[in-house]
Design a protein around this ligand. Structure first.
Ligand code: FMN
Length: 201
């Protein structure tokens, strides 16, 4: 069979921001719900999973990591707001880098799409929309299986900037040890330090 131009292109290098990839097969973010609970620290199984999927010159976009305990959408989803979570992710990125791959973090806040069984408090949203929790087709993954999202409340104005801060701190957790998240630079030295994320966990 003749190799088409598009197939040839798939296995050619490309620059994505500061990353130089050797091919264009990128793994998208795929939540596996295998983090430790209740710490939301990435697990041994996640280390094995991502290591298996790493390739020389390839890119993996990590599954979404919560920016705060209240931002968790799934009860076994990972976080990136505590030092132990960042350390858990770094074990994974180190393994991916050893195979020549690159990895990006994805930061998330569940908003109203979660349950008090998961976050221990009512979910928050910009405004209250009762049709959301009345819709029985919307489910979230809690400690006892799928469950309906809990009744949410609207954020106070001051809480909005607190959530912006949570994203900033989680991004710093990733960026402070950036060389561990992006394979190619080698410029900053690999201190692996993380910025204290102000987390209670
Ligand atoms: C089990 C599962 C978990 C997923 N987790 C995430 C996630 O954590 N973050 C995200 O942005 N997308 C997530 N996705 C969406 C996938 O990235 C998306 O399905 C993939 O990019 C393929 O795109 P398509 O479904 O439009 O074909 C998930 C999809 C599946 C099936």
């Amino acid at each position: 069979m003749a190799v088409t131009t598009s197939k040839k292109q798939l296995f050619t290098g490309v620059r994505v921001g500061e990353m130089k990839l050797k091919h264009r097969v990128v793994m998208p973010a795929t939540s596996g719900l295998r983090a430790q609970w209740p710490s939301s620290v990435p697990s041994e199984l996640m280390l094995e999973y991502y290591t298996q999927r790493a390739s020389d010159g390839g890119l993996i976009i990590a599954e979404s990591s919560a920016v705060s305990p209240a931002g968790r959408a799934y009860h076994t989803g990972p976080g990136l707001y505590s030092e132990s979570q960042a350390a858990g992710w770094h074990r994974i990125t180190d393994a991916v880098h050893r195979k020549g791959g690159s990895m990006l973090a994805q930061l998330t806040h569940a908003g109203r799409a979660t349950s008090s069984e998961i976050i221990g408090a009512p979910p928050v949203s910009a405004s209250v929309d009762p049709s959301f929790w009345a819709d029985k087709s919307i489910v979230v993954s809690g400690p006892n299986g799928f469950t309906l999202p809990s009744t949410h409340r609207s954020l106070e104005v001051r809480e909005i900037s607190e959530i912006v801060d949570e994203f900033r701190l989680a991004a710093q957790n990733a960026k402070a040890s950036r060389v561990r998240w992006h394979r190619d630079s080698g410029r900053s030295g690999s201190s692996g330090r993380t910025v204290p994320a102000g987390s209670k966990q």
